[in-house]
Design a protein around this ligand. Structure first.
Ligand code: NAD
Ligand code: MG
Length: 388
C-alpha cells in the first residue's frame, strides 16, 4: 500500500536522511510536497527526483528561481510563509516536520489542525507553542511521533506501559564538542569548532545548540510536553558515546533504554514505519567493538543552558517561547561572528530577565507575538551588550 507524505524542510539534514530512506522504498511512498527556505535549485531537483506534486520555498523572493528550475515538470511551485502553511494543510498520511526554528510552527500547527500524523523533528516549534500545540493535538485527534532521537527513544521505551508507572525519564546528552574544554577555551570557541559535532552530523543551528547544551535544554522542555510525568521526574545525563538515546525507569526500578547508531535515520525510520518496523542501511550495533559506555552528571557551571531551560519551563507561561526566540537570535549572531560562544547562553538569560513576560499564550497568534518580542529584545541585547 502506498502512503503519502510531505517533508517540511526537505533540503536540510533531517530532510536528507528522510529522503534517503524513502529513496530505498520508493514504491511505498507518494510525495505530496517538499519545502525549503530558499535553495530553489536543490529543492527543484528533489521535487523532480521524487515526483512531488508541489514544491514550496518559505522565502518568496526565491520563487522565480524555483519556477524556472521546475519549468516543464508539471510540479506546482509556491512561495512564502502562507504557502508553507497551505502545503502542510494538504491531506496526506504523514508530515515530516523538519524546518529549523520557530519558522516551522505555523506549518506544524496546520498539519495538527488537519488531524494528521506528524513526525516532529522541529523541536523549537513545540518549545515555543508548548501547551497550545499539545491542546491542538488533543482537540484535532492528531498524532505526534517524536523524531528527535531522545524523544523517539523514550516513545519506544514507553510503548505498552502506563505513564503513571514511570518513576523517571533520563535524556542522554553527548556533551557536545567542548565537553572536556576549560572555560577560557570555550569562550574562544569558533563557529567552525562549534559545528563539528563528535558523533552526529546535523544542521548548523542544532550543532551550535549541542555545543552550548541548549539543545538538551530545548529537549528537556520538549520532553516535558510530550511525556507529562512532571519536571521532577525528568533528568539529564551526559553519555559521550551517544549509543543509549534515552531511558525510562519504572517504579519497580526496571529501566528500559533504546540503543542504536548515532544516525538520525534510525529514529526517522521508526516514525516512517510506525507502528511497524522497516529496514535501514545501517551497520548492526557492535557493543564489543565499542568497549565502554560512560556517563557523567551535566556541568551547569561551564554549560548553563540546561539550567536556564529548566528555570524557563518552571516559570512557565511565555518563558519557553522567549527562551527559544532569544536562542535563535544568539546562535545566528554567534555564527555571524558577532558574539562570543559563551554570550549565547548569556543573551538568552538576559533576554528572559529583561523581558516583560506576558501570561501563557492561549493560541498560535499569541505564541508568534511572544516569539517576535523575544527576538527583538534578544537582538537589542546582542547589539548593545559585550561581544564576549
Ligand atoms: P537544517 O538547517 O539542516 O535544515 C533546515 C530545513 O528547514 C532546510 O530545508 C531549510 O531550507 C528549512 N528552513 C530553514 N529556515 C526556514 C524558514 N525560515 N522557513 C522555511 N524553511 C526553513 O536543520 P536540521 O539539522 O535538519 O534540523 C531540522 C530540525 O530538526 C531542527 O528543529 C532540529 O533541531 C531538529 N533535529 C535535527 C537533528 C539532526 O540530526 N539534524 C536531530 C534532532 C532534531
Ligand atoms: Mg536530540
Amino acid at each position: 500500500m502506498t502512503r503519502s507524505l510531505t517533508i517540511l524542510g526537505a533540503t536540510g539534514s533531517i530532510g536528507a536522511s528522510t529522503l534517503d530512506l524513502i529513496r530505498r522504498e520508493r514504491e511505498a511512498w507518494r510525495v505530496e510536497a517538499l519545502t525549503a527556505h530558499c535553495s530553489a535549485a536543490q529543492l527543484a531537483e528533489l521535487a523532480r527526483e521524487f515526483d512531488a506534486k508541489l514544491a514550496v520555498v518559505g522565502d518568496e523572493s526565491c520563487l522565480p528561481e524555483l519556477r524556472e528550475a521546475l519549468a516543464g515538470s508539471g510540479i506546482e511551485a509556491a512561495g512564502g510563509a502562507a504557502a508553507l502553511c497551505d502545503a502542510a494543510a494538504r491531506p496526506i498520511d504523514l508530515t515530516v516536520a523538519a524546518i529549523v526554528g520557530c519558522a516551522g510552527l505555523g506549518p506544524v500547527m496546520q498539519a495538527i489542525e488537519r488531524g494528521g500524523t506528524i513526525a516532529l523533528a522541529n523541536k523549537e516549534a513545540l518549545v515555543s507553542a508548548g501547551e497550545v500545540m499539545i491542546a491542538a493535538v488533543a482537540e484535532h485527534g492528531a498524532t505526534l511521533l517524536p523524531t528527535d532521537s531522545e524523544h523517539n527513544a523514550i516513545f519506544q521505551c514507553l510503548s505498552g506501559s502506563r505513564i503513571e508507572d514511570v518513576a523517571r525519564i533520563t535524556l542522554t546528552a553527548s556533551g557536545g564538542p567542548f565537553r572536556e574544554w576549560d572555560m577560557s577555551a570555550i569562550e574562544a570557541a569558533t563557529p567552525e569548532q562549534a559545528v563539528a559535532h563528535p558523533n552526529w552530523s546535523m544542521g548548523a543551528k542544532i550543532s551550535v545548540d549541542s555545543a552550548t547544551m541548549m539543545n538538551k535544554g530545548l529537549e528537556y522542555i520538549e520532553a516535558h510536553h510530550l511525556f507529562p510525568v512532571g519536571l521532577d521526574r525528568l533528568a539529564i545525563v551526559v553519555h559521550p558515546q551517544s549509543v543509549i538515546h534515552s531511558m525510562v525507569e519504572y517504579r519497580d526500578r526496571s529501566t528500559l533504554a533504546q540503543l542504536g547508531p548515532s544516525d538520525m535515520r534510525v529514529p526517522i525510520a521508526s516514525c516512517l514505519a510506525w507502528p511497524a518496523r522497516m529496514e535501514t542501511p545501517l551497520a548492526p550495533l557492535d557493543l564489543a567493538a565499542m568497549g565502554e559506555l560512560t556517563f557523567f552528571a551535566p556541568d551547569e557551571e561551564r554549560f548553563p543552558a540546561t539550567r536556564i531551560a529548566r528555570e524557563a519551563i518552571q516559570a512557565g507561561g511565555a518563558a519557553p517561547a522567549v527562551l527559544n526566540a532569544a536562542n535563535e537570535i544568539a546562535v545566528a549572531a554567534f555564527l555571524a561572528g558577532q558574539i562570543a560562544f559563551t554570550r549565547i547562553a548569556a543573551v538568552v538569560e538576559e533576554t528572559l530577565q529583561t523581558s516583560n513576560l506576558p501570561p501563557r499564550p492561549q493560541n498560535l497568534d499569541e505564541v508568534l507575538a511572544v516569539d517576535r518580542a523575544g527576538r527583538r529584545q534578544a537582538q537589542t541585547i546582542v547589539e548593545t551588550g559585550p561581544r564576549v
